[in-house]
Design a protein around this ligand. Sequence first.
Ligand code: SF4
Ligand code: SF4
Ligand code: SF4
Length: 497
Amino acid sequence: MSLEENYSWEFLKNIADALDSYRIRALIDAKKDILDAGVYDETQYESILLTMLDEEKSKYSLYNSLKKNSESNLNTLIKYSEDNAIDLNKTLSFLELLKNEKLVIVEEINEKIEGDENTPEKLIFQDFLIIPNDIEISKLKPIYEPVKVIFDSKVCSGCGLCAGICPVNCLHIYNGFGKIDEDKCIRCGLCYFVCPRTYLPERLLNMTQENTTEIKEYSKVGHFLEAYSARTKIKDISDVCQDGGISSTCLYYLFDNDKIDFALGAKMSNTLWRPEPILLKNKEGIVSTAGTKYVNNPNLQILNQSELKGKKIAVVGVPCQMQALLKSKIYNIGFPSLDNIEYRIGIFCMESFSYESLLKICEKLDVDIDNAKKMDINKGKFFVYTNKGEELSVPIKEISHLAREDCEICYDLTSESADISIGSIGSPSGWNTVLIRTEKGKELYNELINNKLIESKPIADVKPGLPLLQRIAGSKKSTCKKHVKSKVEENKRFPYY
Ligand code: SF4
Ligand code: SF4
Ligand code: SF4
């Protein structure tokens, strides 16, 4: 029986294109290097290769289908999804890849709603105009290069995921900056694929969070189901926490009820105020992670630890880390630890600093960093509380030049890609604002209430509440847009949101 009797010509063509793709060839050619590096065993290597092959095949299936028409639109994508029994969101994610690889040109047709002095103008999505480029796949110059381009262009957020998934362990993030051992790198491009600063389909992330195929604009804090103000009832946590202690209480409940085996977070290193990633194995270590740290911490880097394989994991992290994890859910690379992340607990983040910048802030406040007991950003100021009980502060605008350059192009204040997002803005002192974003986040929060671990109030019952959070989140988005625009004007690299 011939192959063609078993498989359609189109199926074979898509497989041939996928096998021809640079990334699949790189993974096949480097099998020995990958297994020698010891990050993955043979079963995991094969699972990654087959997952990537399947993703590439589906991407080229869409491309070959779009090539049949000179122009396509949203209806074409809907029909393609129905005919092939795949989610429209998955089709949209492949369209994003084809666009980034310049295999198709995609224009958005939007309706412009004029604003007035109180309301900014708005663009409402109407349709896509998709024009295929006729390119021979085998001659396609791969865009999936190592993330050195992201480090060099100073857009890396230091989230750590590239280092956490590198199959030959040749990439490390230290002090917020990445370094690749070029001799070991197999140029598989997996780091480029997962990185939130290469391309990040913002709207698709929100649609995935909402579990909808409706294309729409989202509020300034992203999709959420419910919003609360809350604080912990666990004394060990309330004694040490920054605000309401809700993220620590989530971990406490999850460990106590065997919902997770490990949690990834940040703890202080031997150098005070320079955080480092921590792998928590039980609730006893939770208090060591309490308190906000304003220095960047690449906690996703330790996702490659062998003890994580096959284990249930919770990750506590900042918005760029939540984006990296959700992006990897949309663009699956078959990496075992990523598949085992059960909970994404996001923290609000306005900006972060290098350790050296933090020293400069302390110098400005005339305080020794070793004497700082707590740091906080609130009411437009950066506060340092000292061991002697002093409260020192400096307006944020006087130190914003010290923040990491990559934070200027970050649009997310509230961890829009998390299951549950936690911060202080919007709630009274000593309380957390909590945004529940997914069913999983909702179930977790309800369990905290049912088990009497927290006090909770609807956010509408507290002041200043959601309006303040929406306003600050909106201003972060506007600042990001401004900085992305100037990068475009200066012909510099910027993340494709
Ligand atoms: S640095 Fe990136 S491209 Fe190089 S081997 Fe690691 S993941 Fe692959
Ligand atoms: S943003 Fe994250 S994934 Fe991208 S290069 Fe930086 S550390 Fe790596
Ligand atoms: S501002 Fe954005 S990029 Fe910077 S650390 Fe926070 S979440 Fe990451």
